[in-house]
Design a binder for this molecule. Structure first.
Ligand code: ADP
Length: 258
């Protein structure tokens, strides 16, 4: 995309228009290549579990493998993983297309955090994790379902990536301008050079290590979309093999003025 004008007709307005058109074309081009990337990422993410199921079932049909419970369970796990990827994709599509349609009400972040943690009660008990919610009892004007999803995704990761007897802490604080909520854990952590990419769609730090945990790499992209739609920012901090912290900052005044 490169719009130019003929010699001689060089007025300032025309030049500005050309700059704007080129800028727009550039941004459309970038969106198009992002869309292509997304399609190929989806294909890749779905192909892996499908190949595994296919190989297992083929070997069982041909009598090479006995259909043991373990093998059937492994197929079932992969099917669940495909289901999770599809559900995550649906959520991401919804969040990205509805970006501006937020249904805002007064919500209490401590209560919402408690509910999010409640969703993982069984896993938390199984792994004997110590979960605490501390800080200010903040109320914000935000979309309850969406912020709930943010909390669920962050807590889900903390539970998933923290080994037995680990600690998870949700800390809520506020100043004049912002409400800050962090979800921290003392789990496996994220390599420093991978940290800048964790909010990208389908990004999974250290793929071989994470294959076992069965995620899709979309959870944090959803978190970022929702927080951005609320005018907020997200940040990830981590030390490999020590701890991770995911921080969301939501602007208080802006939302209250709306
Ligand atoms: P996934 O479904 O793979 O968990 P996410 O988008 O939620 O996808 O996270 C992207 C990647 O960021 C994960 O695959 C993992 O490598 C890393 N990650 C996210 N949360 C944590 C955490 N609490 N501790 C360590 N690594 C994490």
């Amino acid at each position: 995309y490169d719009v130019r004008i003929a010699e001689g007709s060089n007025t300032r307005e025309l030049n500005e228009l050309i700059v704007a058109v080129n800028h727009l074309a550039d941004s459309l081009g970038k969106q198009e290549s992002l869309r292509k990337q997304l399609t190929s990422d989806v294909a890749h993410e779905l192909r892996t579990p499908l190949t595994s199921i296919g190989t297992h079932i083929e070997a069982m049909i041909e009598g090479i493998w006995e259909p043991t419970n373990e093998r059937l369970q492994s197929c079932h796990d992969e099917i669940l993983r495909i289901g999770k990827i599809i559900q995550d994709l649906e959520n991401l599509a919804k969040v990205e297309s509805d970006n501006l349609k937020l249904d805002k009400t007064q919500i209490n972040l401590t209560e919402l955090s408690e509910k999010a943690v409640g969703n993982f009660e069984a896993e938390i008990a199984k792994k004997k994790l110590n979960v605490s919610i501390v800080g200010d009892n903040s109320v914000i004007t935000a979309d309850q379902n969406r912020i709930s999803q943010v909390l669920i995704n962050l807590v889900s990761n903390a539970v998933k990536y923290t080994p037995e007897n680990g600690r998870i802490k949700i800390f809520i604080s506020e100043d004049k301008q912002f409400i800050r909520l962090s979800v921290s854990d003392n789990g496996i952590g994220i390599p420093k050079d991978e940290l800048p990419y964790v909010f990208e769609r389908f990004y999974r730090a250290d793929k071989s290590r994470n294959r076992m945990t069965g995620g899709s790499g979309i959870g944090l992209a959803i978190v970022k979309s929702i927080v951005t739609a609320h005018g907020g920012v997200v940040e990830a901090k981590s030390i490999l093999n020590e701890c991770s912290s995911f921080i969301i900052k939501l602007p208080k005044n802006k939302m209250e003025q709306e």
